[in-house]
Design a protein. Structure first.
Length: 143
């Protein structure tokens, strides 16, 4: 199975959707704890609408998001704290159930995990796939 990842940092809504479409992504799995953004078009409602118009499904899995302490660490470039906080998040039963659902959704159709950070090395989506994506081919997209 292949799972794409993509961040919307530094891009536009049109370029973001075009990148997904060009890769053949049919579903976006939003793994943000808070699906809100100051960037126009990337909050849950407008984003899901733009994706739907392009024929791409949208699913939000809140339990796979990073708690505030982890988000704050990521903003500071403190990867060790981000990793520790996110490991704790993934130990929660609701996160484990959401991770299983994510894998099931990705098995149904080509899917991309969505978060803010452009560079997946600075994002919890890489930690998520390292923890639960054994045997999954990961393809990072850049809009």
């Amino acid at each position: 199975m292949k799972i794409y990842t993509i961040g919307y940092e530094g891009t536009t809504g049109d370029a973001f959707v075009a990148t997904l479409a060009a890769a053949g992504v049919a579903r976006v799995i939003d793994v943000r704890a808070l699906p809100l953004s100051r960037r126009p078009g990337f909050s849950k409602t407008p984003l899901s609408g733009a994706l739907k118009a392009a024929g791409i499904d949208y699913v939000h899995l809140k339990a796979l998001g990073t708690p505030k302490r982890g988000r704050d660490a990521a903003k500071k470039g403190d990867v060790a704290t981000l990793r520790a906080v996110y490991d704790g998040q993934l130990d929660l039963p609701e996160a484990q159930a959401a991770a299983a659902r994510m894998l099931d959704l990705a098995a149904e159709k080509p899917s991309a995990l969505l978060c803010y950070e452009r560079d997946p090395c600075h994002c919890h989506r890489t930690l998520l796939l390292a923890a639960v994506g054994q045997g999954v081919e990961v393809v990072d997209l850049y809009a």
